[in-house]
Design a protein around this ligand. Structure first.
Ligand SMILES: [Mn+2]
Length: 587
């Protein structure tokens, strides 16, 4: 589907002046302005991104009561359990607190639910078990803010509960000793975007301060620990797709520079096995596309505790073995995902040929429960409509489990609630939601969901838009300029890598497929004698279309510096393209 390109507005007159004032490349000043950073002090704060601008941890709501209680438990050797989550953020948060408390000599264990067997978050069953094992203090990370019943149970069982979380708070808070959360009602913490690992990092940092008699200069050993913990917190931050602005930007940018030296052993091994250790600089995108998927693969395949172990082990051999194992789990996850995608795409095409439905509901017995969510996400993006992937119990005993992604078209959780007469249960939020359903009710559910989506969006086909930062010629995209653009990194949620448009570009060398399963496209374009290589990820159908087009192209792309064998070159990551207006041919 063709996207509509929308150019970010900016005042063309002011960017040269702004560039002079800041002593930066005009392309960068233009990008800052187009993103609404128009004051010199704000631009400096953004570009310098100093560690000292990170807020002191004592200001995080609830943190002192939590820190004091945990430190008391540590020194009294009360049995503590860290209760985490099975996604990368949850693993990182668990690893930070567990390794910190181990270092203090506390009696600490951790528990992460199994994604394939347990529900998300605290459960009464596991609380009962942990209490029966003698744990006296339970500290949640990345979960617990909605767990009222479970908090009550902790009280009954005589186990103190501390909740640290970043998910949305309800009207009433659970009854806990303390709740550490960046967005507590009636607190006025200025930045709400911390992730679970970010909150855990701040809590560990606060404990270090208290141990240093409340001075900001912490003990040397604790300082080294915090540098290491920051590399873990940065992985949680990128993996959880929280906005890379404000404190998250400072945290991630600082940690990326520390990563080669201060990462925990297992992370160093993971960097080695993925060859990220050979790069001059590790980027947030490397975390998002290479490191986070390997941790998440462990969770998806029901082995989240191995992700925590990778981040906490002090045994070099174990670290090497775990990194290799997680790398293999990720390859397994990819191949499971590919085969489900293949089958689901076939169903999708059949459904769309029969009738252009505004939502897709696809199902089969035995599709892997840890992977249906990512498949739904990729298909929702590709077909640009809500997609629900349902896996039936192969034995036909239990209700089927489904996972849906909204593609930004509707509030999927509301849609599920509206169709709940056909469902056993549902939960989630606007962008991603899950359900349980009896197999025989799937056709009725599909109809109800399509009706809901149709009435929500009207008859129009939802249009996809692409936000473009600026126009640029190939000439303007020198290695120096593109390197300067990197000063705006880390890129990700809340601070996307800039998208440029270059017009009237010629094909220089035909597009070729590359990569596993020939999924990616590599091609060379030429403009005013300048030649640049472009790559398009996961768009294999573009190769033929680009080669078949005889006229000029308008390209939308993200410029990158590509490192290969020590050579640094500008490369374009192709986001979209169309026939130039002057060209008589159409795509
Ligand atoms: Mn999280």
């Amino acid at each position: 589907m063709a996207k509509r390109w929308i150019f970010r507005a900016h005042d063309a007159g002011s960017f040269l002046e702004f560039a002079n004032e800041l002593k930066i490349d005009p392309v960068v000043s233009q990008l800052l302005l187009s993103r609404g950073i128009s004051r010199v002090d704000a631009a400096k704060l953004f570009l310098e991104c100093k560690f000292s601008d990170l807020r002191d941890p004592q200001y995080l709501p609830g943190i002192d009561a939590a820190a004091e209680r945990i430190l008391k438990a540590a020194s009294d050797r009360e049995p503590i359990v860290i209760y985490g989550d099975y996604d990368a953020d949850g693993m990182c948060a668990t690893a930070i607190l567990e390794s910190f408390l181990k270092m203090l000599g506390a009696d600490v264990t951790y528990y992460v639910p199994n994604r394939l067997e347990d529900a998300y978050g605290l459960s009464c069953e596991s609380i009962t078990r942990l209490a029966s094992l003698g744990r006296k203090l339970l500290v949640t990370v990345d979960c617990g803010i909605g767990s009222h019943r479970e908090a009550q149970l902790c009280r009954q069982l005589g186990m103190d509960l501390i909740i640290t979380d970043h998910h949305a708070c309800g009207q009433v808070l659970p009854d806990a000793v303390s709740i550490v959360h960046p967005n507590l009602p009636n607190a006025d913490y200025p930045f709400h975007g911390l992730c679970g690992a970010g909150v855990a990092f701040k809590l560990a940092w606060r404990m270090c301060q208290i141990l240093a008699d409340n001075r900001s200069k912490v003990a040397l050993e604790h300082r080294d620990f915090l540098l290491m913990a920051m590399t873990i917190a940065a992985i949680g931050t990128v993996a959880d797709v929280v906005p890379l602005i404000d404190e998250n930007r400072i945290l991630v940018r600082t940690a990326l520079q520390l990563m080669a030296k201060h990462s925990p052993l297992g992370l160093k091994e993971l960097l080695k096995i993925t060859k990220l250790d050979t790069k001059q600089a590790i980027s947030a995108e490397d975390i998002a596309f290479t490191i986070a998927p390997r941790l998440n693969a462990a969770g998806r395949l029901g082995q989240a505790q191995l992700g925590v172990e990778l981040l906490t082990t002090k045994d070099p051999e174990r670290a090497t073995a775990l990194a290799a194992y997680l790398d293999r789990l990720n390859a397994d996850r990819e191949s499971i995902e590919r085969s489900i995608t293949l089958a689901a795409s076939k169903q999708a095409k059949e459904q769309l040929e029969a009738a252009s439905e505004p939502a897709l509901v696809l199902h089969s017995p035995g599709w892997h429960l840890g992977v249906i969510g990512i498949v739904a996400g990729r298909m929702a993006e590709r077909f640009h409509r809500p997609v629900v992937i349902i896996s039936s119990d192969p034995m036909g005993q239990k209700p089927a489990t489904g996972s849906g992604r909204s593609a930004g078209v509707v509030d999927l959780h509301r849609a599920f609630v509206a169709c709940s007469e056909h469902l056993e249960s549902c939960g989630g939020h606007a962008a991603a939601a899950g359900l349980r359903i009896q197999d025989r009710k799937i056709p009725e559910f599909r109809e109800a969901l399509c009706d809901f989506v149709r009435s929500a969006i009207g008859e129009r086909d939802p249009e996809q838009t692409l936000l473009v930062d600026a126009e640029a010629t190939f000439q303007e995209l020198s290695l120096q300029t593109v390197t300067m653009i990197e000063s705006m990194a880390p890129f990700g949620a809340g601070n996307p890598r800039p998208v440029f448009v270059a017009s009237n570009v010629e094909l220089h060398e035909p597009a070729k497929l590359f990569g596993q399963g020939e999924r990616h496209v590599g091609v060379r374009f030429k403009q005013h004698g300048q030649i640049l290589r472009a790559v398009a990820f996961s768009q294999p159908e573009w190769a033929e279309k680009i080669n078949a087009h005889a006229g000029c192209f308008d390209l939308a792309f993200r410029p990158n510096v590509n490192e290969f064998n020590g050579m640094r070159k500008v490369e374009l990551q192709l986001v979209d393209w169309r026939a130039s207006a002057s060209s008589t041919h159409n795509t």
